[in-house]
Design a protein around this ligand. Structure first.
Ligand code: TPP
Length: 473
């Protein structure tokens, strides 16, 4: 199982980003606030009198080289702040050979971080003793595709029912390169014995009480651990999970095929799934799209996906996609550059639901509040027509029978394409296991007069019925 939301695993760290800042040496008298950041040693040194600080220019190269090293080594965001007057300084090729100068050089070699043998044995004892072992896999396992046998897909509110069953039934948890924070989706405390592997020691043991805390690289540690592991003689747990995966796939198809007004958003993703080109990169906004992306797309090995999982910020999909296309972020637009791309395909899907939909559902599910049109409604906008006006292809789809052919056209286009799917905002984002609390909250929001109550209840019931009918078919 992968921990969800998926992050763009090539480029994002497995745990919440911890920004580091590197200042060039500020001009004397400049104040520096250093909270959470790396400040030059001399600013705090009692040995360096303010009248003799080294000139600003000497630190620029050190700062930028160091910032790259920190970003790569600590897998975090590094922020370099260049004071304006630095640009007016003369470049210095070689630092003086003098007291308190800071030198710099280029390069970084990634270490092998592997646990000791005694720890491998201890972890193997735990994993071999378990009868129902589950793996929770995060960004530390990048490049492992969803087609890996036994992969139950995403976990959490955006997760699959198969993942929920895996976590609720396991007696042993092996967590690899993941800092998935929603503990209510993990085994209950005491239910499972735990082993965790993480390259960031600070992430160890904070999500679930573990017995073995491996500070190590995911792939290296798993490789070192594997000779100590014994294949389970009884395969019943494995078979149960495989049956759950098959059932989940039936359920998600049934949910995707439920009719809605005009389009069921899940259906748009369901039709895309078998058509995803190899090595595709997905970037996703925080919103209802994240749920359909997480549940209805199977990312094969070689594909990448990223949403603002750590910060849950709305609106990152477009800058992420542009950065992905260029492999580095810059002030660029698709319109300006797409003609230079070897592969001009750049497909943007807009789920036009005229609603801040995810929050509307959060209000209904968590607080029992009805939809408040004043804050939730978004004015309609001709997204596809706007794309056409920029010279792209714009495809507006509002009939289920046109969804498949729309994807065919979009994925074969010779230019960027915007697919505007007009979807039903009342189609429920039902969590993998709907809890009694959530049902009660939905009911309360209806009683308080949700303007879309009748239609919403209809859609929720249809979706739930589809899941039940398909169960065990
Ligand atoms: C910067 C920021 N502001 C607000 C939120 C809260 N938020 C989460 S989802 C969401 C609604 C998103 O609406 P939209 O982009 O239309 O997508 P939809 O849910 O309708 O698919 C909001 C406001 C957030 N996550 N980040």
């Amino acid at each position: 199982m992968r921990s969800c939301p998926r992050s763009w695993q090539e480029r994002t760290p497995s745990s919440p980003a911890s920004p580091a800042c590197v200042w060039p040496l500020p001009a004397p008298g400049r104040s520096t606030s250093s909270t959470g950041c790396t400040t030059p040693e001399w600013t705090t040194s009692p040995w360096w009198p303010s009248w003799g600080r080294p000139p600003l220019r000497r630190s620029a190269a050190t700062t930028s080289r160091r910032s790259f090293r920190i970003a790569i080594a600590e897998k975090c965001v590094t922020c370099v702040i260049l004071p304006k007057d630095l640009q007016e300084e003369k470049a210095v090729e070689q630092q003086e050979h003098a007291h308190n100068t800071i030198h710099s050089s280029v390069g970084y070699s990634t270490p092998r971080v592997v646990p000791r043998e005694q720890d491998l044995r201890q972890a193997a004892d735990v994993l071999n003793a378990g009868e129902r072992v589950a793996m929770l896999v995060g960004a530390g396992c990048m490049r492992a595709g969803d087609e890996a046998p036994g992969c139950t897909g995403s976990i959490g509110l955006l997760g699959t029912k198969a993942s929920w069953e895996l976590m609720s039934g396991c007696d042993t948890l092996l967590m690899v390169g993941s800092s998935f924070p929603c503990s209510e989706f993990l085994p209950t405390e005491g239910q499972a014995r735990g082993v965790q592997i993480d390259l960031k020691a600070r992430m160890l043991g904070i999500r679930y009480p573990m017995e073995v805390h491996f500070h190590g690289d995911a792939a290296e540690t798993l490789r070192a651990l594997s000779p100590y592991l014994k294949r389970k003689a009884t395969r019943s747990w494995r078979q149960k999970i495989e049956a759950e995966i098959r059932e989940w796939k039936r359920i998600r198809e049934a949910q995707a095929r439920v009719t809605a007004r005009p389009l069921n958003p899940a259906y748009v993703f369901w039709e895309l799934n078998p058509r995803i080109p190899d090595r595709a990169i997905f970037t996703v906004d925080t919103g209802s799209a994240a749920a359909w992306y997480a549940r209805h797309l199977d990312l094969r090995a070689g594909m990448m996906g990223s949403l603002s999982g750590n910060l849950a910020t709305i609106g990152p999909a477009m800058p992420y996609a542009i950065a992905a296309k260029f492999a580095y972020p810059d002030l660029i637009t698709v319109e300006k550059y797409w003609r230079e791309w070897k592969d001009p395909r750049f497909v943007v899907l807009v789920l036009n639901n005229r609603d801040l939909n995810m929050v509307t559902w959060e209000l209904r599910a968590q607080s029992g509040e009805p939809k408040f049109d004043g804050s939730q409604e978004i004015p309609d906008f001709p997204y596809a027509a706007y794309a056409e006006s920029l010279g792209f292809t714009g495809l507006r789809v509002d009939r289920p029978e046109d969804v498949a052919s729309t994807w065919e056209v979009a994925l074969k286009a010779d230019r960027p394409v915007l697919v505007e799917a007009v979807v039903d905002p009342e189609f429920p984002m039902v969590p993998p296991h709907i809890t009694l609390n959530e049902v009660t909250a939905y009911a309360k929001s209806v009683l308080k007069g949700d303007p879309e109550a009748k239609h919403m209840i209809g859609e929720t019931i249809k979706t739930a019925v589809a899941s039940v009918l398909k169960k065990g078919e």
